[in-house]
Design a protein around this ligand. Structure first.
Ligand code: UT7
Length: 333
């Protein structure tokens, strides 16, 4: 009997209209287009307008993915949503998305795996589908970073990196052994939790946030950039080799690698370590910056629309981020 697993039936994305260039940032903090491009490859990012929520961006990306798969919201059996910037402390953004899609009853699981949220989401969705629990699962990565960054020179190392956006994919059960997710493997190492984090607001403080904490900037995300970089360029190739190895495949077999878009220099180093040529690695960080959980599904949706992903292609998505968390998913498209 053929085993059930998941295939991608639709992809979609949404980014806010407002483009924020490096030049604009250099007007509010001590930075420059040159520094940002040289160190990160980023030229611009998108920021949400007042009133735009993560759930609404997720709804737009999800509708695009559903339409792409000739499906309607009622076809969804479960929602998995990755974000580090939920619309509210609770409940999770997933239920707001569910409501916006006009659904009720289907489960909504919010995943807190930061930049690895989408790959973690694929792991969960594929496991549900393989077990027969659900047939059609919506996996979303959505992030609003712009409302939470320190836009002064104090926060420049973080503020120039991040952007807003949403990406979505619909997975559906298949028994076609020549198509679908082959393997997803996810990992974490909490020893490094504070290297890239936002300390507050936090239930471990009473009250969860106060004026002094705000004054000290403890509600802004902080990062030891060099340490994160060092781990990312080790863990990402390792994760790719892991999922390839489990399928008896080599880097050379990959048709398209979609790395988490954290820094163009990281993607280039991962590419070199895997010995891949330029046309086999998808990058769009110059347009959107790092949209954390949303980078991979946005990139996937764009790659599909650019004709870079075709039936039968071997596609690998790989992520690394705060936690640390990381993982890779290998797909026969
Ligand atoms: O998505 C999750 C994972 N995130 C990542 O993977 C990010 C990983 N890390 C990185 O991408 C890089 O470490 C950064 C891009 C964040 C920083 O690049 P770097 O080459 O590691 O620079 P640095 O932090 O060592 O800073 C070098 C200099 C410092 O000045 P001094 O001390 O040498 O005088 C910084 O203060 O650059 C300064 N700097 C800036 N200058 C202009 C830091 N940020 C900026 C800025 N504009 N935005």
């Amino acid at each position: 009997m053929l085993s059930t697993h998941s295939r991608f039936v639709g992809t979609g994305y949404y980014v806010p209209e407002r483009i924020v260039t490096n030049h604009e940032l250099s007007e509010v903090m001590d930075t420059s287009d040159e520094w940002i491009v040289e160190r990160t490859g980023i030229r611009q990012r998108r920021w949400v307008p007042e009133g735009m929520t993560g759930a609404e961006m997720a709804r737009r990306a999800s509708m695009m993915a559903l339409t792409d798969g000739d499906l309607v919201p009622a076809d969804i059996d479960a929602i998995v949503l990755g974000t580090l910037s939920p619309d509210h402390f609770f409940p999770g953004t997933g239920v707001f998305l569910q409501r916006a899609l006009g659904l009720e009853g289907v489960p909504c699981l919010d995943l807190r795996a930061q930049c690895s949220g989408f790959v973690y989401g694929l792991s969960v969705a594929d496991a549900w589908i393989r077990s027969g629990q659900y047939e059609t699962v919506l996996v979303v990565g959505v992030e609003i970073q712009s409302t939470g960054l320190d836009m002064s020179t104090r926060g420049r190392d973080m503020a120039v990196l991040f952007g807003d956006g949403a990406g979505a994919a619909v997975l559906q059960a298949t028994q076609n052994e020549n198509q679908g997710i082959l393997t997803t493997r996810i990992h974490a190492d909490g020893r490094h939790a504070e290297i890239l984090w936002a300390e507050a607001a936090s239930s471990s403080h009473h009250p969860r946030i106060d004026a002094k904490m705000i004054e000290e900037g403890r509600h802004f995300p902080t990062m030891e950039g060099k340490e994160v970089f060092r781990h990312a360029v080790t863990r990402m190739p390792e994760a790719v080799l892991e999922v390839l190895g489990e399928n008896g495949l080599e880097p050379d077999d990959i048709d398209l690698l979609i790395p988490h878009q954290a820094n163009l220099r990281i993607s280039q180093m991962v590419q070199r370590r895997l010995g891949l040529s330029d046309e086999k690695v998808f990058n769009n960080i110059e347009k959107y910056g790092n949209t954390t959980a949303a980078t991979i599904p946005i990139a996937l949706a764009e790659a599909v629309r650019e004709g870079l992903v075709n039936r039968g292609d071997l596609v690998c998505m790989v992520a690394f981020g705060s936690g640390f968390t990381w993982g890779a998913s290998l797909v026969r498209w």
